[in-house]
Design a protein around this ligand. Structure first.
Ligand SMILES: NC(=O)c1ccc[n+]([C@@H]2O[C@H](COP(=O)([O-])OP(=O)(O)OC[C@H]3O[C@@H](n4cnc5c(N)ncnc54)[C@H](OP(=O)(O)O)[C@@H]3O)[C@@H](O)[C@H]2O)c1
Length: 329
């Protein structure tokens, strides 16, 4: 039985996390090619904080929702949906810009083509850690970096939402992973399969200009890596120096974009900027990796809906041990 109204996280103005409210709103109806999903979990991503704060003023007018991915159960289907049924366990990354309602709500409408079966054995709230972060990690490693067996891969920001998926996926692709993370998260990175972990608080000492920071003796030699996945954005220039000839580098971080653009004009490898795409075939591949044990969702903490502001504040610290997930069902 689908109720007439539901609770949904929204903000009526831009600002700090306290602008987020839990509103009572009508449950949306799916269009002909859409499904209504009873949301079990949805993740909070750094981009959600950008959209909420007003630093990125794109998408629907206010008030508007928050959250771009989910895992849950199909509650209703549109007339022209024939490959999903009520009760199916699905997950999805909607992509695009914020809308009037996001996925951090008791129910959410998704295009049917964006939904694929959730991993069979996974708890749905935990699984919600993966659609955005896992797709990003997969598309960085497989598409931008073409990581394959025997590659030596450096993953910067390895303990976060994207990083914790990337370490596992790089290992599944046959790479040897060196992780860069904070000291509290070295154990997590090793558990996920990293062969070595470097502490980002010790690698670079701040200097009068951070352009040429003093190097710690743990910083690997130039040529030590075949690929660098930058999931943080600091010291991109320095990490690029560690690549072997013919090495590949990609970043997901907005702050690395100026250097990535400049890299096309500099000697040495170009830094590719990755923007995650909502490809359902990739989501299906992630589900298979979870089902066969190569990938597990790493959840930093689950928050109830009424603690959405606390979850945004945690994301804004820039430190993470996996993903913050809002638990809804
Ligand atoms: N382009 C896209 O389509 C796309 C998609 C998803 C995400 N992103 C971006 O990708 C980045 C990662 O996202 P996320 O969800 O994984 O973020 P997250 O969960 O907040 O993770 C942040 C990570 O950065 C690490 N970190 C903090 N300070 C660092 C430093 N000085 N050097 C190296 N690492 C440091 C943290 O490690 P400790 O906690 O151990 O310190 C943590 O592992 C963000 O910039 C996000 O906006 C982009």
């Amino acid at each position: 039985m689908i109720p007439a109204t539901m609770r949904a996280a929204r903000h009526h103005r831009y600002g700090d996390p306290d602008v987020l409210r839990v509103d009572a709103v009508d449950v949306p109806r799916p269009g002909p090619r859409e499904v209504l999903i009873r949301v079990h979990g949805a993740s909070v991503n750094p981009s959600d904080a950008l959209f909420r704060s007003g630093r990125l003023r794109v998408g629907a007018r206010l008030p508007r929702g928050t959250g771009l991915d989910l895992a849950g159960e199909v509650a209703a289907i549109g007339d022209r949906v024939d490959d999903l049924a009520v009760g199916d366990r699905v997950w999805a990354y909607r992509g695009g810009l914020p809308k009037r309602l996001g996925t951090i709500a008791e129910y959410a409408v998704m295009p049917a083509g964006r939904c694929t079966p959730a991993p069979a054995g996974a708890d749905l709230a935990d699984a919600a850690a993966l659609p955005t972060a896992g797709l990003t990690a997969l598309q960085v490693l497989r598409d931008a970096l073409r990581v394959g067996p025997g590659d030596r891969v450096l993953i910067v920001g390895a303990s976060g939402g994207v990083g914790s998926a990337a370490v596992q996926l790089a290992v599944a692709l046959g790479a040897t992973v060196t992780a860069v993370a904070g000291p509290a998260n070295a154990d997590l990175c090793r558990d996920l399969g990293a062969a070595d972990v470097l502490d980002h608080t010790a690698l670079f000492r701040p200097g009068p200009t951070s352009d040429l920071p003093a190097r710690d003796d743990r910083l690997p030699a130039e040529g030590a890596f075949d690929a660098v996945a930058d999931l943080h954005g600091a010291h991109v220039r320095d990490y690029r120096r560690l690549l072997d000839r013919g090495g590949r580098m990609a970043t997901t971080a907005t702050r690395a974009v100026p250097f990535a653009l400049a890299s096309t004009l500099l000697p040495g490898p170009r830094v590719r900027v990755v923007q995650v795409k909502p490809r359902s075939a990739d989501l299906a591949m992630l589900a298979r990796h979870v089902d066969d044990g190569a990938l597990r969702p790493v959840v930093d903490r689950r928050y109830p809906l009424d603690q959405i502001a606390a979850a945004h504040r945690a994301v804004e610290t820039g430190h993470a041990r996996g993903k913050r997930v809002i638990e809804l069902a």
